[in-house]
Design a protein around this ligand. Sequence first.
Ligand SMILES: *[C@@H]1O[C@H](CO)[C@@H](O)[C@H](O)[C@H]1NC(C)=O
Ligand SMILES: *[C@@H]1O[C@H](CO)[C@@H](O)[C@H](O)[C@H]1NC(C)=O
Ligand SMILES: *[C@@H]1O[C@H](CO)[C@@H](O)[C@H](O)[C@H]1NC(C)=O
Ligand SMILES: *[C@@H]1O[C@H](CO)[C@@H](O)[C@H](O)[C@H]1NC(C)=O
Ligand SMILES: *[C@@H]1O[C@H](CO)[C@@H](O)[C@H](O)[C@H]1NC(C)=O
Ligand SMILES: *[C@@H]1O[C@H](CO)[C@@H](O)[C@H](O)[C@H]1NC(C)=O
Ligand SMILES: *[C@@H]1O[C@H](CO)[C@@H](O)[C@H](O)[C@H]1NC(C)=O
Length: 616
Amino acid sequence: MRYYVTITILNIFPLFGLKLNIVTVTNERNDNWVVKQQQMNNSIEKITNFSDVMNEFESHENWSRLCNISHLRHSYFDIVCVIQGDSSIKLSEFRNFTDKVSSNIRFDVSVTCEDGIIHFPWPFRADKLNSIYIKDCRIKDYRADYKNELINSIPDTIKYLQMDNVIISQRVGDLYDSIPKANSPITRAAECGPENAFSIIQRGTNVTFEDLENQHLFDFSTALNQHNYYFNTQKRSCLYNNLEVYEMSGKKENLRKNDINKILYTDVAVSLKILNFSNNGMFDTYYKMQGWQRRFPVMEYIDFSKNNIQVLPMIPDYGLAVRKNKSVVTIDLRRNNITSLTKHMIDSFSTHEFVKVDISENPFVCDCGVLEVMAYLTSKTMPKVYDYLGSLECSKPSKFRGRKLLNMSATDLNCIKETIVNFQVVVFSIITITLIIITLLTIYFRNMIKVILFTRLNIKCPCELRSVTAVEKEYDAFIAYSEKDVEWVIHTALPKLESDDAGKACSLCLHHRDFIVGNTIADNIYNSVENSYHTILLITNDFLRSEWCMMEFRTALRKSLHDKGRHLIIVLKGNISLDNIDPDLKSCLNSQTYLKIGDVLFWDKLKYAISFRHNT
Ligand SMILES: *[C@@H]1O[C@H](CO)[C@@H](O)[C@H](O)[C@H]1NC(C)=O
Ligand SMILES: *[C@@H]1O[C@H](CO)[C@@H](O)[C@H](O)[C@H]1NC(C)=O
Ligand SMILES: *[C@@H]1O[C@H](CO)[C@@H](O)[C@H](O)[C@H]1NC(C)=O
Ligand SMILES: *[C@@H]1O[C@H](CO)[C@@H](O)[C@H](O)[C@H]1NC(C)=O
Ligand SMILES: *[C@@H]1O[C@H](CO)[C@@H](O)[C@H](O)[C@H]1NC(C)=O
Ligand SMILES: *[C@@H]1O[C@H](CO)[C@@H](O)[C@H](O)[C@H]1NC(C)=O
Ligand SMILES: *[C@@H]1O[C@H](CO)[C@@H](O)[C@H](O)[C@H]1NC(C)=O
């Protein structure tokens, strides 16, 4: 068996940081052994009498001391050994024994160690050895016959080989010597192992070195290059015509791609039913399963369980070939590291009528995505072997451990749409809504804002730029008021408007102060209106009753109509009954906005209005 070469070398190559590429195929015949057998037939008289076989066994000192032989049935003998303490047995002593018995006899050997050591060179070949079972042993000389051509001449009679929990204990130098090189190949026996076997099982094999401190004495990097060269050029294909069970499990660390490639792609094993790479710490599915049904037409069970596989192997066409017996192949991926069932897997499984890919007992994560996938699963018609998918269980988060994926609900998983709060969306919405509100408020209060901006910050709205060509006038505004309101004008309005309070100071024209003595009142009114940018009408009930006031109003109105500008600024003071007022004034009040004393922004609005310069 070539696989143990790999085991050993992989075990040491972390020391050198090298990777091996091991593929082998050859054809070789055990010609030597026929010659040797004929010689032996001639020279030795074989023991055919069963009790003489037992007697002969007793003459071999260590085997007879540590093992019991019994004749069970027909020509089959059972040899059971228990190797304790510091005792040991050698395979070569057993070979000396079997050479002496007649060729129809077969031995089933079982060796269990309790601290003892066995000297058993791979592939444990001994004539007439039918089965070999080794348990808990430390094996020495394991690689001793790797290049010993004589081993090829020993008949390959092993039908069952099993090693449970053995430790291969070797010396660095022996490993070095046993590495195959171009001019120094290993034997077919060493590379293929028991080619006639029905089962080859290696469970939990470990490799240790007795003298690791000596590894610097050997040039392993060159040796391993030669080893690669050897396997790349000398392609040897082992022929396992009987092999039904091939297991290499429990290796934890060192089983890699190359360990499994040989049996999967290079060797011939048409009777293989069980292929077992369980519990080897395999990380991923290096292997592809296309065309496997042609290489392994009667395969029943491929065991990749208890590894660390996260991605399903590719099995696109495994189920497509029509299998003669229509039995279902199981590809066991239980207890790996697959965290989710996906729609893609479901689609793939739905085409695998004769392949059951078993992904149960994986650490499935139950999140919101599960709902969609399980709904998809329910909507599909799956082959019967996939019924098990309905009972897959959650593993994470821990509060859902043991719950069935199929029974999870949106409420359990907290997946109800409204409750999914996206922080960024929330912030964005708040900002947007705030901006909209600000915009609406700005539009609604735009006039007030304009006024405040102008009076308090002296910022003018560009759309209302005053005309620079306006004729220079003496006053900003002429105030027309009834004599009854003189107190208010002098003590309240003048201080406000002629100061810098709430905007720039205005220059005002008041008739009691600025009318020129000697002119008629009508002339004075006319001049005042002409020499002011605006006329402020302080309208009170008294104003409406005053003849002069109404004259001022009409003069200003005419001016306003003539100037097509905002000459008139109407200010209402007190409760004014608008019933019987002058029709011209009434239409002015209806068409023009007017200011009311008592308005919070009254002074601001007034100064703002005064600041306008209309074209003349
Ligand atoms: C050796 O003798 C046995 C019978 O004792 C026979 O079956 C076998 O074929 C012989 N082998 C050779 C190589 O002649
Ligand atoms: C085997 O040998 C023993 C004595 O050595 C003899 O008694 C017995 O009959 C023999 N049996 C056969 C089958 O030849
Ligand atoms: C039997 O075992 C003893 C002690 O382990 C050893 O010295 C001796 O060489 C062994 N004999 C054979 C034939 O293996
Ligand atoms: C061999 O048989 C004897 C007596 O039946 C028994 O005490 C002993 O444990 C056996 N040894 C083995 C290795 O089975
Ligand atoms: C096996 O037999 C050969 C000679 O036939 C002898 O040299 C050798 O020491 C024997 N081996 C054992 C372990 O008894
Ligand atoms: C594969 O090997 C493991 C470990 O020895 C064992 O538990 C399991 O049953 C085997 N699988 C099959 C299908 O034989
Ligand atoms: C399973 O895979 C994840 C990465 O997907 C890894 O972090 C974790 O260690 C793996 N679990 C085991 C038991 O190795």
